[in-house]
Design a protein around this ligand. Structure first.
Ligand SMILES: NC(=O)c1ccc[n+]([C@@H]2O[C@H](COP(=O)([O-])OP(=O)(O)OC[C@H]3O[C@@H](n4cnc5c(N)ncnc54)[C@H](OP(=O)(O)O)[C@@H]3O)[C@@H](O)[C@H]2O)c1
Length: 201
């Protein structure tokens, strides 16, 4: 499957790109507003994968080109730029599945707070950049299109140690997204929890 990671130059995009490239044979394409930045990052990720014994090709393009012919487009950009980014690539989308880990948050002296956009919410998936660290996490996935959700859940399952859980339809988005500021606050305030995730029993 061809996976385009728009904003794949950022932390979450990097984690997802490296994990998918490391654990699966999906074609990984990074998108950026700046094609040169995407190419440079793609080379960096290839070098990192190579150092871990994975000879994998990662390519980088401007977002519109990255989204072109992608089966799945991951919007790994700040929450308040998800809609601008979708608008910028609309003509490239065709039948692509759109998924995003973006969560609206604000930050003050107390930490991070859930701050959803007034019209609703954005969507979910996560990974981590240290490929040698084992993960054993759950990722809730939601959406109204059953087939698209199944595809995204399968892609999440392709990352070793990541268990996708069906969190229902888009109407359940806020419940899932509101977990993110809690996790970040716990990671910031507690030693040894920098890379925490969630596991449901
Ligand atoms: N669900 C979760 O558990 C979870 C956890 C953490 C974060 N997140 C979410 O994941 C998303 C990505 O997080 P991140 O830390 O990787 O974000 P980030 O590093 O701040 O940004 C990711 C990329 O977005 C692009 N970008 C920045 N400003 C933009 C703008 N104005 N318009 C369009 N693109 C822009 C940049 O790429 P270029 O400069 O290359 O275009 C950047 O590298 C965020 O929405 C965050 O809320 C979710």
């Amino acid at each position: 499957m061809r996976i385009a990671l728009l904003g794949g130059t950022g932390d979450i995009g990097q984690g997802l790109a490296l994990r998918w490239a490391y654990d699966s044979n999906h074609e990984i394409v990074l998108g950026s507003r700046d094609p040169e930045k995407a190419r440079t990052k793609a080379e960096e990720y290839e070098t990192e994968l190579d150092s871990l014994g994975r000879d994998r090709k990662v390519t980088g393009f401007v977002n519109e080109m990255a989204a072109d012919r992608a089966d799945v487009v991951v919007l790994a950009v700040p929450a308040y730029h998800v809609s601008d980014t979708v608008e910028a690539v609309t003509e490239s989308l065709n039948e692509s599945i759109l998924v995003t880990p973006a969560v609206g948050m604000s930050r003050d002296d107390d930490g991070f707070h859930y701050n959803p956009p007034p019209h609703g919410s954005v969507a979910a998936l996560a990974a981590e950049a240290d490929l040698e660290a084992d993960i054993d996490w759950d990722t809730p996935v939601f959406g109204d299109d059953t087939d698209a959700k199944e595809t995204v859940m399968q892609l999440a399952a392709d990352i070793e140690g990541l268990r996708p859980l069906d969190a229902g339809g888009l109407a359940n988005a806020a419940e899932v997204e509101s977990l993110t500021p809690l996790l970040i606050n716990l990671a910031r305030e507690n030693d040894g929890l920098h890379d925490l995730g969630v596991k449901f029993w």
